[in-house]
Design a protein around this ligand. Structure first.
Ligand SMILES: [Zn+2]
Length: 172
């Protein structure tokens, strides 16, 4: 990649805002990041032979995405494409692209279509993807976010994980 998406967020202007191009890139990166995570949640649900995605599927997928995002070979092209789309959408209003605002709407990260009434169960499939998903919580516990972006994603995923845990307890 031309720069490291996960390490970004350190280059603020003197007014405390990120340069516009950086904000557009971050916004595009987040769109691709969330899209990848949702795809993974759907795939994991399928491999677990369940009918519906639960919040726990989304939480596992978001956590795994943190570790695999930078290694996905198609990410740079996806981010560039999404950037172009975002720029076309927002040619008239720069305020739509405010990364600082985006990072405060953290609770929006889990998909609306998630049905928390379905019962989560870990996949018993032996493929590499399911093994990664099943082991990601251990890896997550020892991960220390470094950049501002990593810290924002970390908090957002912890909030989503918290809510999914409360849902589980509520249904027991
Ligand atoms: Zn599998």
């Amino acid at each position: 990649m031309s720069y490291d998406f996960m390490k970004s967020g350190n280059d603020r202007n003197s007014d405390g805002r990120l340069p516009r191009d950086m904000r557009v890139t971050l916004s595009a990166g987040l769109v691709v990041f969330l899209g990848n995570a949702i795809d993974s949640a759907v795939l994991y649900k399928d491999h677990s032979k369940r009918k519906l995605i639960t919040e726990k599927d989304v939480v596992l997928a978001l956590k795994r995405e943190i570790f695999v995002f930078g290694n996905r070979c198609d990410v740079e092209a996806q981010v560039e494409d999404t950037k172009k789309e975002l720029l076309e959408m927002s040619d008239t209003s720069e305020s739509d692209m405010d990364f600082d605002e985006m990072s405060t709407s953290e609770s929006d990260m889990s998909a609306e279509a998630v049905d928390s009434d379905d019962v989560f169960a870990y996949s018993t499939c032996n493929c590499q993807f399911c093994i990664e998903m099943n082991e990601v919580e251990e890896k997550w516990k020892s991960w220390v976010p470094q950049s501002p972006l990593e810290k924002t994603l970390y908090r957002a995923i912890e909030i989503t994980a918290d809510r999914s845990l409360r849902e589980e307890l509520h249904h027991q």
